[in-house]
Ligand binder design. Structure first.
Ligand SMILES: *[C@@H]1O[C@H](CO)[C@@H](O)[C@H](O)[C@H]1NC(C)=O
Ligand SMILES: *[C@@H]1O[C@H](CO)[C@@H](O)[C@H](O)[C@H]1NC(C)=O
Ligand SMILES: *[C@@H]1O[C@H](CO)[C@@H](O)[C@H](O)[C@H]1NC(C)=O
Length: 667
């Protein structure tokens, strides 16, 4: 790649691009000025008069871990800050380019055409254009007329198409599905079934249209979820509750660094991953030092396969992060509703299809959660002439984002505890994907309908949600090992005890990736990441353990194409050696991927992972059988997991945590 043309450099100097000073942390997301710079550099390189250029993704090109760590550990004034770079995935004249732009020198340092399978994230703009195409297509208009529907009440969405073993397919396709408003805002409860509109996104034209048969569009009655549209009888209204912090919050936010209690971490935003927590460290009051726990953690992929095999549904096997962008789909959080009164909000920027920055307001909220729980307690009545009671109420720090990927809303929480635990929770709410049907009563159904009849003419389709987290733990340093401590029933071989059995802990350190693939539920085991060169004073390896939530694994056959692409769900937990380019569990190019660049494929190399810089991949799963209460909007269903210190501290780190200051309510 030739250097960036000089004349433009001057031009850029004139528009005053922010200088790179040390006030920026190397992990900060790209600023609006940097996004503009990326867009300017690349549109100069590939001018619009001769190029169809669209930006499918722009984000921070993460600095090399070595460079970042040495910058952090050494004197930050004297050690040069790692170069600031942008990672770009663009479609240029119908080809996918992977590009790195050096923002310190205003030049393209890498630009390669990708020839493998799969396509980048979809932009909002091309989805909107595809949806608009359907609504002007004469056969589509005829299909709407035939159903006696009003075209002005029809709204459409673009659905990614997956891959079903086709040998050749070199088009970026979506299927456009449409819904009916006419008296409701809950369009997802009013699908217009049996129409297939296939759009080529690069050509931006309809390449296939089918209208197979007609089924009823579910009624609008009872679908609206807005408070203003509800009719009595109403449920009981509860009294107001709030958390009052008269002295202000106990956390500080300095740029993107959040400090609270004994924790500090960097919070970034990425269009694909949403929140990224980096450099999470905990201050050890006994050792008088900050100790590293998590180098980087984020949601790497969300796999949502539906189980409905009808022609208009079988392909719905979505990768919500890699196809739609978990961060791109983030919404503005509502004060007092999405987050409590004591929350602080943060904005973020994404790049539009033209590369220009778009501000997203209130995408994160950060707040201290006090829900009346107990951190630890004891009452002692056996001390003569004294009753001892010690209680510490629990307060945690929550970082929240909500991503609304079409119909579904994912509430994504990272929660930090004074105990040194980190708890990751995802709550599912929003609207189900339902299929319109002629059935109005369960007794009429004599065939496989792939779901539950939720209301008249409304079938809630069976489906799964798998959220795979990338967790690069660095417990007291990079070199860590993964240890499975199995709890094994052991028989007492002789008469040495009146007991016949007990359980013991048998620990195995995983040597290679295949040793570390875990299907939970088959055996009891504690799953630990330890630092094999650091011990507590009394000799235990310092570590953190992963405490899983409910155990959910895939229920598709291994040779099902959807499962080949989603093979990273095959195990609940995987461990890989750190590799900067292995970030996306479903592959960098997830749309129409073929499973050749995913976590399952990477680990087939069976690399060594003992006493190495390792990454944990944990999947939170849900099998979702819809129930009538999920109609017309779904009450939140949550799951998650915890990373908890395990022989990391010398004793209970909350022993000397002082109880909260008492705030008495005024009434
Ligand atoms: C850009 O795309 C349109 C639509 O496919 C096509 O007609 C046009 O020729 C393309 N331009 C270039 C420079 O490739
Ligand atoms: C659904 O009902 C409509 C109206 O009675 C009928 O025309 C259509 O064929 C039915 N569809 C199916 C799949 O049975
Ligand atoms: C990092 O991962 C990529 C993708 O799996 C692979 O091509 C590359 O060889 C890996 N690098 C190293 C140093 O192992």
């Amino acid at each position: 790649m030739p250097l960036f043309p000089l004349y433009l450099l001057f031009l850029l100097a004139a528009v005053s691009i922010l200088p790179h000073s040390h006030q920026y942390h190397p992990l900060d997301p790209l600023t609006p000025a940097e996004l503009t710079l990326v867009s300017t550099i690349l549109t100069t390189y590939y001018p619009g008069t001769t190029h169809n250029l669209t930006f499918q993704y722009i984000g921070l090109e993460e600095p090399n871990k070595d460079a970042l760590l040495s910058w952090l550990q050494k004197n930050q004034i004297k050690t040069p800050i790692p170069p600031r770079q942008a990672s770009v995935i663009a479609r240029i004249n119908h080809k996918t380019h992977q590009i790195i732009v050096d923002l310190s020198h205003n030049k393209v340092v890498y630009d390669q055409v990708y020839h493998g399978y799969g396509y980048p994230l979809l932009t909002f703009e091309e989805q909107i254009a595809a949806n608009a195409l359907a609504r002007t297509h004469p056969p589509f208009l005829a299909a709407i007329r035939r159903r006696r529907l009003k075209i002005e009440e029809v709204v459409c969405g673009s659905f990614t198409v997956g891959w079903y073993g086709e040998k050749r397919r070199n088009r970026r396709l979506v299927r456009v599905m449409c819904y009916y408003l006419d008296g409701t805002v809950n369009l997802y409860m009013r699908p217009i079934e049996a129409i297939t509109v296939t759009v080529d996104l690069d050509e931006m034209k309809i390449i296939e249209f089918r209208d197979r048969l007609t089924v009823a569009v579910p009624k609008a009655d009872g679908t609206d979820y807005r408070e203003s549209q509800q009719q009595p009888p109403f449920g009981p209204q509860l009294m107001g509750i709030t958390v009052v912090q008269p002295d202000g919050p106990s956390f500080t936010i300095d740029g993107h660094i959040v400090r609270w209690g004994n924790w500090d971490f960097h919070l970034s935003f990425d269009a694909r991953a949403g929140p990224i927590i980096s450099l999470a460290s905990i201050y050890d009051t006994e050792k008088h030092k900050t100790r590293r726990v998590l180098y980087r953690g984020f949601v790497s992929e969300l796999f949502v396969p539906y189980m409905d095999l009808t022609e208009e549904w079988y392909y719905r096997t979505f990768f919500d992060a890699g196809e739609y962008g978990y961060g791109l789909c983030a919404v503005s959080l509502q004060p007092y509703r999405d987050c409590p009164a004591n929350a602080v909000f943060m904005d973020a920027y994404i790049a539009g299809q033209n590369g220009m920055p778009v501000r997203m307001y209130n995408v994160f909220c950060i707040f201290e959660r006090y829900s009346g729980d107990i951190l630890w307690r004891h009452t002692e009545t056996s001390v003569p002439s004294e009753v001892v009671t010690e209680v510490r109420p629990e307060v945690t720090l929550v970082v929240r984002m909500v991503s609304t990927v079409g119909n579904y809303d994912y509430i994504n929480d990272w929660e930090f505890k004074q105990s040194g635990s980190m708890k990751m929770t995802v709550g599912l709410t929003g609207l189900l994907e339902v299929r319109g049907s002629n059935y109005t009563h369960k007794d009429q159904i004599k065939e496989e309908v792939y779901g539950t009849l939720l209301a008249e003419n409304t079938l809630g389709a069976h489906h799964d949600h798998f959220l795979t987290y990338h967790l690069d733990l660095d417990v007291d340093g990079e070199a860590n090992s993964f240890v499975k401590s199995k709890l094994q029933m052991t028989r007492v071989p002789d008469q040495s005890s009146p007991r016949k059995s007990y359980w013991e802990v048998v620990s195995e350190t995983a040597k290679t990736e295949s040793d570390a693939k875990v299907k939970l539920g088959l055996e009891s085991a504690d799953l630990l990441v330890v630092n094999p060169s650091k011990k507590t004073r009394i000799g235990n390896f310092v570590g953190y353990r992963l405490i899983p939530g409910s155990v959910v694994g895939p229920l598709l056959s291994d040779d099902d194409y959807a499962q080949i692409r989603g093979a990273f769900t095959m195990y609940n937990l995987w461990v890989t050696p750190y590799n900067k380019s292995e970030k996306w569990a479903g592959g960098l190019y997830a749309d129409q991927s073929r499973g050749d660049d995913n976590l399952a494929a990477w680990t087939s190399r069976n690399r060594e992972i003992e006493n190495k810089d390792i990454v944990l991949w944990y999947t939170v799963g849900f099998h979702h059988v819809p129930y009538q209460e999920d109609f017309p909007v779904m009450p939140t269903l949550s799951s998650g997991f915890e990373l908890r210190p395990s022989n990391f501290f010398e004793n209970n780190p909350m022993l000397k945590v002082k109880p909260l200051k008492v705030v008495r309510s005024s009434n």
